[in-house]
Design a protein around this ligand. Structure first.
Ligand code: SIN
Length: 546
């Protein structure tokens, strides 16, 4: 398979980038399940942007910096915020419906979420992600320059020394596509530019708001290929995931608190005022830690979200999905408190990029949750992620357009076919399932909201042994999608643990009891794989401090 652009993942970042690049050349998009099975599709809250006269770029920048707790790159924050309104209007032009409100200067009905000092979240009630996904997918499916392949999982990146020549001045290694597994086994998919847009890695934890696809594939492939990674220790836990035995990952949007929802204990009493003057609208790191503390102190299984004081008809109209889903589980949210617990939600770290979405490997772009652009710092501000995805997809596409005159002349290289060698069929799925369970439990219990050096060290020891075993399976047996995902999730778990061990302070989402204060030094955890590292041994090199 050959194309000008290979896009891995079909969420908002991948689709936005693909639609723009399709104006230049051919695009192949691969997605490992169905095209709608993305984190974007589950996003409820919306997209934050400065859309009202009463709001300002300065205010959105400031809120993002405060949330990021000293680790945001201010230049990136400014870039994203300044471009926000234009990208939201572009989504509208592409057919996305955002709820309107005649009373506002912009015409948009704007929601509020934790850490925002203004109402600035454009939304489609509580189905914003689904609406964006619908509109962008419709465009992508109708575009004759885009080939969208479902049930195709990328296995590893193709990186060649001097691949494709030095069209952009880089003479060294270059990414020229990926090995992708489809119905007929693994094939080489060659491309001039490859974009990793495969979302985050929430499945590394036992409890998550993420869909099943969130196994850190893009991050893991990039790391194995030698890309620079950043800030993997910053895992955002969403404070309010529905707590119900029949629910796996149903989110109760932060917009519920934005509209007046209050967190209460089993006794019905609010508790957030004990923790932060912003109470229920404090940033997510603070709220999730407060809930964690309440649960540990009281021994309760969950806390509750109370929205019963709002007009019932308004609640049903504003949160139709949440209302119906809770009702299905026997909870009428207009009359009863909603049981909630924190769950892993978003990776603030990832593959390090520059301001055009380029990674440290020429020819390789990373966008959306897979990337670490510098926007989120130590804690992402609510509803800044869809924004980051569209702004950086646009920046990366602009870059591709600027180099297109030279890039379009280049021929694709000949690459080695995938070889299974002596590999046999595994035949014992239990070997995979057991390790999945071990990883997710270890991460939840040892590398969760509140961490300790002792637990991190224990987790590291266990994860290295699990990773070794999985990597051996990977070599001995014919690979399956489940095995590819397991190998990725084990690697990401290890990267989170080892990055967390490097940060000997508490900042943003990373709270470690042994170092409860912030260090004076502002430092990003940047690392990449050591070139000559053993095949299974992960060696991190902290390369830079800022
Ligand atoms: C939510 O609706 O609470 C999720 C929004 C986000 O993660 O930004």
């Amino acid at each position: 398979m050959e194309s000008d652009f290979l896009v891995i993942g079909s969420g908002i970042a991948g689709l936005s980038f693909a639609l723009k690049c399709a104006e230049l050349g051919s695009v192949v998009m691969v997605t490992k399940k169905r095209d709608v099975d993305t984190a974007t599709n589950l996003a409820q809250g919306g997209i934050a942007a400065v859309l009202e006269q009463e709001d300002s770029v300065e205010s959105h920048v400031e809120d993002t910096l405060v949330s990021g707790d000293g680790l945001c790159d201010e230049e990136v924050v400014r870039l994203v915020v300044e471009n926000g309104a234009a990208r939201v209007r572009e989504l509208v032009d592409l057919g996305v419906y955002f709820v309107k409100d005649g009373a506002t200067s912009s015409g948009f009905s704007l929601g509020r979420e934790g850490g925002h000092s203004h109402r600035r979240v454009a939304h489609s009630y509580d189905l914003t992600g689904r609406e964006i996904e619908r509109a962008l997918l419709e465009k992508a499916r109708a575009n004759k320059n885009i080939t969208l392949l479902e049930e195709h999982i990328a296995v590893d990146l193709l990186v060649l020394p001097g691949g494709l020549g030095a069209w952009d001045g880089n003479k060294g290694e270059r990414c020229v596509g990926a090995y992708v597994m489809g119905d007929d086994g693994v094939d080489a998919y060659c491309a001039k530019v490859t974009a990793l847009c495969s979302g985050g890695a929430g499945k590394v934890y036992l409890y998550t708001t993420n869909p099943d696809i969130a196994t850190g594939d893009g991050m893991a492939m990039a790391f194995r290929a030698g890309a620079e990674m950043q800030n993997m220790e910053f895992v955002q836990f969403h404070p309010t995931c529905l707590y119900h035995p029949q629910e796996k990952n149903f989110l109760i949007s932060e917009a519920v608190r934005g509209e007046g929802g209050i967190l209460v204990g089993a006794d019905g009493l609010p508790f957030m005022e004990k923790y932060d003057p912003r109470k229920d609208l404090a940033t997510r790191d603070t709220v999730a830690r407060a809930i964690d503390k309440e649960l540990k102190e009281t021994g309760a299984d969950c806390v509750f979200l109370d929205i019963t004081h709002l007009d019932a008809e308004y609640v049903k109209k504003r949160f139709p999905t949440i209302y119906k889903r809770c009702l299905l589980r026997g909870i009428d949210i207009t009359k009863q408190h909603i049981p909630v617990v924190p769950a892993a939600h978003y990776m603030c770290g990832g593959v390090k990029t520059d301001m055009q979405g380029r990674t440290s490997i020429p020819g390789l772009i990373a966008l959306g949750e897979t990337s670490c652009t510098g926007l989120h710092g130590g804690n992402r501000l609510a509803s800044n992620s869809l924004l980051e995805a569209v702004v950086f997809a646009d920046r990366a596409a602009q870059y591709c357009r600027s180099v297109w005159p030279s890039l379009k002349m280049i021929g694709l290289p000949v690459v080695d076919e995938w070889h299974s060698g002596e590999a046999r069929k595994l035949g014992e799925e239990i070997l995979i399932n057991h390790n999945w369970d071990m990883i997710r439990r270890t991460m939840w219990n040892y590398v969760g909201i509140v961490r300790s050096q002792k637990r991190l060290k224990l987790a590291e020891k266990r994860m290295i042994s699990i990773y070794k075993e999985i990597d051996q399976h990977y070599r001995d047996y014919i690979i399956t999608p489940n095995m590819v995902e397991l190998r990725n999730i084990a690697l990401i778990a290890l990267l989170i643990i080892q990055s967390a061990m490097q940060r000997r302070e508490s900042r943003g989402l990373h709270y470690v009891v042994d170092f409860p204060n912030k260090s004076k030094e502002i430092r990003q955890t940047c690392f990449s794989k050591k070139k000559d590292a053993d095949k299974w041994e992960i060696e991190l090199i902290v390369e830079k401090s800022k």
